[in-house]
Design a protein around this ligand. Structure first.
Ligand SMILES: Nc1ncnc2c1ncn2[C@@H]1O[C@H](COP(=O)(O)OP(=O)(O)OP(=O)(O)O)[C@@H](O)[C@H]1O
Length: 249
């Protein structure tokens, strides 16, 4: 990624404790325009807490969140955020689930439906607009949840382990799909994962986090060619990067 890219998001020297237990220990990171950056670290290290701080849902004890240079510490509504278990509402049709962000922002239901219609093709859900969540496969439900997140229309998207609950085969398909769809979505993405392959396949850069309390152990630039396909996983460059990361974790 080139250096002329604008900085979208930066968090500086964040600290957070819960009940006197330090969870985030001086974490700083940044995300540039249209960059895909992963946070890779062990379970329970504090990754979701970092996202909650970026989204303004919780305030850090120390440190600041800047979005496009403006102080957004403790302020919500500026980023699109998909939680680890961001479920669709079972009683609403897919089209109404995904247009929910627009309705929340005050748009009428009919207009909101019209607005989201054009995205069903991109998200691989054409023909399923008027189905209910239970009528979709796990991968399709996950794409619908991603589509809903995208409909918040913010240019910064936080994805907390979006493929965590899927079986290995569906997960690989979803990664391929996300790589394709990223070309048409002009977003800057922060992505949480425990999966080294997934981080390497998708990211421009990876922050390696430590066990609790979370610290940034290292930052890795993933200089693998793009667009990336499945075959990249067997290249020596990919395996070298993977080995480096495994040694750090
Ligand atoms: N509101 C809270 N009150 C008390 N403790 C909390 C709170 N939120 C998080 N924690 C604790 O902070 C630590 C980090 O949690 P967090 O969910 O951020 O980790 P994580 O890296 O996202 O984990 P995972 O990948 O398993 O979801 C955990 O030990 C958790 O128990």
């Amino acid at each position: 990624m080139s250096s002329y890219q604008k900085n979208k998001l930066r968090i500086n020297n964040i600290y957070k404790s819960f009940d006197d237990i330090l969870v985030i220990d001086n974490v700083s990171l940044e995300l540039k325009e249209k960059e895909f950056v992963s946070l890779l670290g062990p379970s329970g290290s504090g990754k979701s807490t970092i996202f909650n701080i970026i989204a303004g849902l919780i305030s850090p004890d120390e440190g600041k969140v800047f979005i496009e240079g403006k102080d957004f510490t403790g302020k919500t509504g500026r980023v699109s955020y998909m939680y680890q278990k961001d479920l669709l509402l079972p009683w609403k049709k897919i089209i109404d689930n995904v247009s929910l962000p627009l309705v929340v922002k005050g748009m009428g239901k009919k207009k909101a439906r019209e607005n989201v219609q054009g995205y069903f093709n991109i998200f691989g859900l054409e023909g399923f607009e008027y189905k209910y969540p239970f009528q979709l496969s796990g991968g399709m439900r996950q794409r619908a949840a991603l589509m809903r997140t995208y409909m918040f229309s913010e240019d910064i998207i936080l994805l907390d382990e979006p493929f965590g609950g899927l079986d290995a085969i569906t997960r690989r398909k979803m990664q391929d799909w996300l790589l394709e769809v990223l070309h048409s979505l002009e977003a800057s993405i922060l992505f949480i994962t425990h999966d080294i392959d997934e981080a390497l396949l998708l990211s421009d850069r990876i922050y390696i986090l430590s066990d609790r309390p979370a610290k940034v152990k290292a930052q890795i630039k993933v200089d693998l060619p793009k667009p990336r396909g499945n075959e990249i996983i067997t290249t020596s460059k990919f395996n070298q990067l993977k080995k480096n990361i495994m040694n750090m974790l």
